[in-house]
Design a protein around this ligand. Structure first.
Ligand SMILES: NC(=O)c1ccc[n+]([C@@H]2O[C@H](COP(=O)([O-])OP(=O)(O)OC[C@H]3O[C@@H](n4cnc5c(N)ncnc54)[C@H](O)[C@@H]3O)[C@@H](O)[C@H]2O)c1
Length: 447
């Protein structure tokens, strides 16, 4: 099939590569000149494990191209289907800003001959119905097909999704989507566009609630005789609960959950519907980065002024350069305002970008340089360099009391035991003090 994908961000590039790999002829349409130039030069503009290699392979097949002008490309060789994967960022009120979707849909609606159109961007319930009022001729060729990929496993998630949700008014585009995606073994949930839109928001709201729930339990497990890791391990073993999204930390800070929970809450408020669970998940999340300051104050005294602090990691996740809602964005400026000096180390972020993102903080290229003389180190990304570091050397380089605040609960407390530092995680993570009776078999090691 000849496929256009309008919008080459995390979802669009992943889709373009995956569909070209599958055998379709794909053109990624991108309006941002810098992103387009990178793609045309064979470079992925977004950081995602394996994507660069797969992009190069897909380009070698001759089935993947990029362009800025949808209409012009369509004129030369018409597309059978146009996927829309443009951004839906939050506007100032928390609502989803639908301007990119509205504009992209109008561009596709103007094409002759008309292709089928599949909107994949996350939009509030009722959006498809409202937008299609301006393009009634497209209703029978329209499908809303939300994307559920996770950054970090985007290509795998695209090719082997847990489910394919399709919202449509006419059965016509369904056969086309089946042809597009090939033999997916996952369940297909076929419904109306409104319901499909709500499925995406409900899914993200639930994931956000799991994270906030884990963070609330971590507050309950602050006492030394309650180990948060074991509590979550024990709870997550129940298949009804599951381990995913049950890790305490500084809250959800990927590009989707913060904006989608805010947009759903805004959508509900506009209809006079109360959402106490969703509101609580958002409130817990908003308070999480404040925990770092609380822990620093508890360990260093009320006044942070004069203290040197090292921030280890700026990204929300090591595998993604998407820092739109990373906790570091809110936390580092607060530390800069309160502490004596703040140094930020992140091995995958250009020092100039760190300087631009965090005015007043000093970017560091070496982990040892960042912690040298610091009274506290705050871990914000689970970088292997931090997890596997020789903390005896780092502790020796720090100034007493050498406080380590682990905002990702990624360090192994057992490895830090006995070192001249004070470790604080989200909830108590100090090793259990369970002693086995003499001669009793040792319990199996836990993950
Ligand atoms: N990022 C994720 O992990 C993820 C996962 C699932 C769903 N989603 C949803 O998918 C959508 C896209 O997310 P993203 O993170 O890929 O967005 P993004 O902001 O990274 O990328 C969107 C791209 O679309 C381009 N664009 C906008 N209008 C255009 C137009 N008219 N023509 C050509 N290009 C245009 C922008 O320049 C940008 O490069 C969002 O609604 C998001 O909520 C994202």
């Amino acid at each position: 099939m000849r496929v256009a994908i309008v919008g080459q961000g995390y979802v669009g590039v992943t889709g373009a590569v995956a569909l070209a790999r599958q055998g379709h002829h794909v053109t990624g349409i991108e309006r941002d000149p810098a992103r387009l130039a990178a793609l045309e030069a064979g470079r992925t503009p977004v950081s995602e494990p394996g994507l660069q290699q797969e992009l190069s392979l897909a380009r070698e097949t001759g089935r993947l191209a990029f362009a800025s002008d949808l209409a012009h490309t369509h004129l030369r060789e018409p597309f059978q289907v146009a996927l829309i994967t443009v951004g839906t960022p939050p506007d100032g009120s928390g609502a989803a800003d639908l301007s990119q979707v509205t504009a992209a849909l109008a561009e596709v609606a103007a094409l002759l001959p008309p292709p089928a159109v599949v909107l994949k961007s996350t939009v509030p319930p009722g959006t498809s119905a409202r937008l299609l009022q301006a393009h009634p001729q497209m209703r029978d060729r329209y499908a809303y097909n939300p994307e559920f990929l996770n950054q970090g496993s985007a290509l795998d998630d695209w090719t082997t999704p847990s489910r394919t949700v399709v919202g449509l008014w006419s059965q016509e585009p369904l056969a086309l989507l089946q042809q597009l995606y090939g033999e997916l073994t996952c369940p297909w949930v076929v419904t109306t566009p409104d319901t499909a839109e709500m499925i995406k928001y409900a899914s993200n709201a639930f994931l956000a609630m799991k994270i906030s729930f884990a963070n609330e339990v971590a507050r309950l497990c602050a006492a030394p005789d309650l180990n948060i890791d074991k509590v979550m391990q024990g709870a997550g073993c129940d298949p009804r609960i599951g381990h995913a999204f049950l890790q305490p930390g500084l809250g959800f800070g990927d590009s989707c959950l913060p904006k989608d929970t805010a947009a759903l809450a805004h959508w509900a408020a506009g209809r006079g519907v109360e959402t106490p669970l969703l509101d609580a998940a958002i409130a817990v999340n908003r308070a999480q980065p404040g925990l770092v300051r609380d822990m620093l104050r508890e360990e260093l005294g009320e006044q942070l002024a004069g203290c040197e602090i090292a921030v280890l990691g700026a990204r929300y996740e090591p595998w993604s350069d998407d820092m739109r809602a990373a906790p570091s964005r809110a936390l580092v400026p607060r530390l800069v305002a309160e502490a004596g000096a703040v140094r930020v180390w992140d091995p995958a972020t250009d020092p100039e970008d760190l300087r631009r993102l965090f005015p007043g903080a000093e970017p560091c290229q070496e982990l040892r340089t960042a912690v040298r003389g610091a009274r506290a180190a705050v871990v914000l990304t689970e970088w292997p360099e931090v997890i596997e570091a020789d903390w005896s050397l780092l502790a020796a380089a720090m100034a007493p009391p050498a406080v380590v605040v682990d905002g990702k609960n990624c360090l192994l407390p057992e490895r830090l035991a006995g070192l001249p530092l004070t470790y604080r995680g989200v909830g108590n993570r100090l090793p259990d003090r369970v002693t086995a009776p003499a001669g009793a078999p040792r319990p199996a090691a836990s993950a």
